[in-house]
Every structure is written in C-alpha cells, then in structure tokens.
Write a protein that binds this ligand. Structure first.
Ligand code: Q0Z
Length: 282
C-alpha cells in the first residue's frame, strides 16, 4: 500500500490527536485514536475514537448545514488507510479566533465569572455556581495561541482582528450552532456545556464552519441524568480515564501513564454510547 508521501500528500499540521494533510487544493483532516487528559496525550490509544469523533462531526455538519455552510467535501473520498476517520475539506482562510459558546458555567468561563462576574466582557447575573445553566448562551471568543494558552477576547477585540461585520457574523453563527446543537442533544439526554468552533472564509468572503464540530474533543458533554449543578460535573467521555489517573502518583506532566485495558474498554463504550444517543445509529 502506498503511504501518504507517495501519494503526494503533504503534512501541514500535526496536532495532539489529529493530523492535517494537503491534497492538491483540498485538505484532509485525520483523527487518530490518541486521547489526552489534562492536556497530556497518553501512550495508549482508545481504538475507534478517531472514527467515532469523525463520524459524529460529519453528522453534525449535516444537521447544521442550514445554519452555516461548512468546509466538508467528502467523508468517504479519502485514502483507504484513513477510511472512516478522515474528512476531505476545502482549504479556507482561517480566522484567528477560537469561537466559543457557553450555555453552562464550567472551565475557564467559571474562573472568569468568579473573578469578574463576566465572561469575555459579557456581564452575567450574580449568584451563579459551577455547572449552572446560563440565562442565555454567551459568545466567549479567545485568541488562537500557537503555543501556550489562549487568551479571552472581548467582542470589540474580535472586531479589531477580523473587522466588525465578520465579527458579528462569527458571534451569531457560533451562538446559533450552539443553540441548535445543544437543543438537539438535550432532547437525547446530553447537555453540551460549551463548544469551541473554528471558521474560515472562502475567497469570495463567505463564512464557513471548519475544523470539527460538537465532538467531545471540542466541547464539554454531560449526561443530563448526571447533571448536578453546584459541583464539578462528570465528563461524558473521559471520566473513567480521569478517575483512574487521579488515583496514580502522576504530576499531570508528560509522559502520561499507560491506560489499563478495562479503562480503555469503558472509554470506548462511552464514545460509542454518545454517538448512538446523539445520532440514533450504531
Ligand atoms: C484546521 C487542525 C487538524 C491539526 C488549519 N478547512 C480548513 N482550511 C484551512 N485550515 C484549516 C481547515 Cl480545517 C485548519 N486546523 C486545525 C486540524 C489537525 C490542526 F486535523 N488548522
């Protein structure tokens, strides 16, 4: 079998758990079975994770096609070695903003709220606690740092980076994708606490949803039946890995520990269960 180099593909970006290749004018995004916890990639893969996340993302792109156009060309016209876990997409001019929508208080949104009562310059009512649902979803964009940590941006700062009209489009598309996705997921027993979207532009200026959408690697998913505001929530996908690793003598710095087989199996089952719950297919 020919490897990707022999087929003229060029590796353009290697992320923690995914790779991005150029194929002529197109890009091919390839999801691996690698898993990260506390931002550290563990040495043990979770078989099937790349396929489940890719198929979930493709399903969401289909569901959300009326909200905003997207970069997908094909989920099947990809090299055979990546079948099921790769997406052929249009190469866009990516916008330098991580577009985050939050519907519940968790993570960096919670930290910002506790310090200032606001997130990304959007004031929130007093008295909210960890895991609470927000009165309205909020747009909380950040920078896209090449290394290190993303920094919060106010709406005016986004407008300074991409121009006022594109910033307004980004905010409305982000909130609408979140609203429709979270509403559909909630009907199926899954809460989407927050999500990170990436957008790019076609040469004619059309805004397109890019990258991955509403996967557990880009979003916080909670099981509605387990939601208990007032404390940290259980993560639908990685909770077994977190619970197991918290019992180890590990400082959460690389290299991470190998995952035992039963924790891998439980995590695989969690990804599959999420996929079946949301999409209604196996
Ligand atoms: C996505 C990323 C991945 C590592 C660039 N349609 C597009 N056009 C231009 N650029 C991108 C896309 Cl999706 C683009 N990333 C994120 C994806 C591996 C990094 F699969 N970076």
């Amino acid at each position: 079998m020919l490897g990707w180099e022999e087929r003229g593909l060029e590796l353009v970006h290697s992320g923690k758990v995914r790779e991005l290749y150029a194929d002529g004018d197109d890009l091919i995004m390839v999801a691996s079975d690698r898993i990260s916890v506390y931002d550290v990639v563990l040495p043990t893969p979770v078989p099937g994770k790349g396929r489940v996340l890719t198929q979930l993302s493709l399903w969401w792109f289909g569901q959300l096609g009326d909200v905003v156009p997207n970069h997908v060309i094909s989920g099947t016209d990809v090299p055979a070695e990546w079948a099921g876990r790769a997406i052929r997409c249009r190469r866009l001019r990516m916008l330098p903003v991580e577009c985050i929508a939050r519907g519940y208080l968790a993570g960096l949104g919670l930290a910002s709220y506790r310090e200032t009562g606001a997130i990304s310059g959007v004031p929130l009512p007093p008295g909210l606690g960890e895991g609470d649902r927000l009165p309205e979803p909020v747009f909380t964009p950040t920078t896209k740092a090449a290394a290190g940590h993303d920094e919060p941006l106010t709406f005016d700062e986004v407008a300074g980076l991409v121009g006022g009209p594109v910033a307004a489009e980004l905010r409305s598309a982000t909130l609408e994708v979140y609203r429709q996705g979270a509403s559909l997921a909630a009907d199926r027993g899954v809460l989407i606490a927050d999500t990170k979207l990436e957008f790019g532009l076609l040469p004619d200026g059309t805004l397109m949803l890019a990258d991955e959408v509403l996967t557990p690697d880009s979003s916080r998913f909670w099981l509605a039946s387990e939601w208990q505001p007032g404390r940290p929530q259980r993560s639908l996908d990685k909770q077994f890995v977190r619970d197991w690793s918290s019992g180890l003598d590990w400082d959460r710095k690389p290299p991470g520990p190998a995952i035992p087989a039963e924790v891998v199996a439980a995590t695989q089952a969690r990804y599959q269960e999420l996929f079946v719950r949301l999409t209604g297919s196996e």
